[in-house]
Design a protein around this ligand. Structure first.
Ligand SMILES: NC(=O)c1ccc[n+]([C@@H]2O[C@H](COP(=O)([O-])OP(=O)(O)OC[C@H]3O[C@@H](n4cnc5c(N)ncnc54)[C@H](O)[C@@H]3O)[C@@H](O)[C@H]2O)c1
Length: 392
């Protein structure tokens, strides 16, 4: 695997805390990848995530679309996002990264950060926008920016469209896998780790499709109910960090330890919080048939081998959680308008095609879905490089 184009570690001059930026590759001089903030974030983690972004971009390559894939990148800051100094640290990090954001790195929210916070900090750091590096590639920059900001103003039942598209994509991957296996939605139970942007939206779309969410975990622990949780009331009881106010629990809901989601009696597990959540030590507790990676890198490779050996299928992050990133670009490049119905329909179509293609390839090649997704991306990358070039 080629080394990333750019890899840097920043040390905050006030707190001594570290921040990272990895640009895995450029297409037409630009890369795409969110910014995460978590205590313990490392350069290795950010490097893996940047590589994943390169694949996500390539997997969404559709010559019929106006959106042309970009390269992959990722930023990370080693700090608890609830730390009182976290916001000022974010502003200083973005000031330090300003030349990259201005020129070649488009970014947005990821674990620990919401888009509102990224936008506010980017403005304070003197940036026009967190995605300004892509503006020179747009035909009509003013119209594109208006479209994106209009899209960000769209809400569906109390949640912004931008925070729904990713989970809509995760849910569609789940539904596609169930359809291929001829498993009815109403008999399918789901446990989710993480109830922020990705986990919350995934739970909403799966519940609306007829599945039963039996457990959700946030930073404070697991909330479980074998008869099914009231997802909408839990969504309404979240704070800005995706922590559920336990006062909203209903009779029959139980509070369990943080790792209880993993062993919940459910057909589908959706890790939608941290990387490395499933390892060789805890994978044995899993009884689900599918693990659907809404989070980035939640299942360690050795754990995935053990899971595959006992018939548990992992649907990989590079496919499953790729809709948020693609939606930004479909909107900005003009493939979809600022309209929830149109955007969610586009997400569903694209994610179904992608998931179907990956599962069919895995079946054909006798590999895991992840190996199939990587094989598809590896075939597309040279095509994209040939057609559009790496640099401006
Ligand atoms: N937000 C996006 O657009 C997006 C897109 C693609 C992938 N992802 C990935 O999805 C994952 C979640 O991102 P997000 O934006 O939804 O984050 P978020 O900050 O909105 O929510 C994180 C959730 O995880 C919970 N959590 C954090 N640490 C936990 C722990 N140790 N145990 C249990 N729960 C814990 C939090 O309480 C919260 O409910 C990350 O891996 C991120 O890289 C996010």
């Amino acid at each position: 695997m080629a080394a990333p184009l750019l890899s840097l570690t920043w040390t905050d001059h006030i707190t001594g805390r570290k921040g990272f930026l990895v640009v895995d590759r450029l297409v037409r001089g630009v890369s795409s990848g969110g910014l995460r903030m978590r205590e313990g974030c490392t350069l290795d983690e950010v490097t893996g995530l940047a590589r994943g972004m390169t694949m996500k971009e390539a997997l969404h390559y559709d010559p019929e679309c106006r959106y042309v894939p970009l390269g992959g990148a990722k930023g990370g800051i080693d700090c608890d996002p609830r730390d009182p100094g976290a916001y000022d640290l974010l502003v200083r990090y973005l000031r330090a990264m300003r030349p990259y954001v201005e020129d070649l790195w488009t970014t947005g929210e990821d674990l620990g950060l919401s888009q509102d916070v990224v936008d506010r900090a980017a403005a304070e750091a003197g940036l026009v926008s967190s995605v300004q590096a892509v503006y020179p590639l747009l035909d009509d920059e003013a119209a594109a920016r208006r479209r994106l900001s209009d899209a960000f103003a769209v809400e569906v039942d109390g949640i912004g469209l931008a925070e729904l598209v990713g989970g809509c994509g995760v849910a569609e991957s789940v539904l596609t896998a169930l359809d291929r296996a001829a498993v009815p939605y109403w008999r399918t139970r789901v446990a989710v780790q993480g109830f922020g942007t990705m986990g919350g939206a995934t739970a909403r779309f799966l519940t609306r499709a007829g599945l039963t969410v039996v457990a959700v975990a946030d930073i404070k622990g697991t909330i479980a109910n074998p008869a099914g949780l009231d997802v909408e009331s839990l969504l309404a009881a979240r704070d800005a960090h995706g922590t559920v106010d336990r006062a909203a629990l209903r009779p029959g809901d139980r509070e369990l330890p943080g790792d209880a989601w993993l062993s919940a009696e459910a057909e589908v597990l959706v890790p939608a919080a941290v990387s490395y959540a499933v390892d060789t030590a805890n994978q044995g507790q899993i009884t689900a048939r599918w693990i659907v990676e809404a989070a980035n890198m939640p299942v360690l490779p050795e754990a995935e081998n053990l899971l595959a050996a006992r018939g548990v299928t992992v649907l990989p992050d590079v496919v499953v959680n790729s809709a948020t990133n693609a939606w930004w670009w479909w909107t900005l490049f003009g493939d979809v308008g600022p309209d929830a119905e149109e955007a969610l329909a586009h997400v569903r179509r694209a994610m179904r095609t992608l998931t179907e293609g990956m599962l069919a390839r895995a079946e054909r090649d006798g590999t895991t879905p992840r190996a199939a997704a990587h094989a598809i991306a590896a075939e597309r990358l040279p095509v994209i490089a040939d057609r559009y070039g790496w640099y401006r």
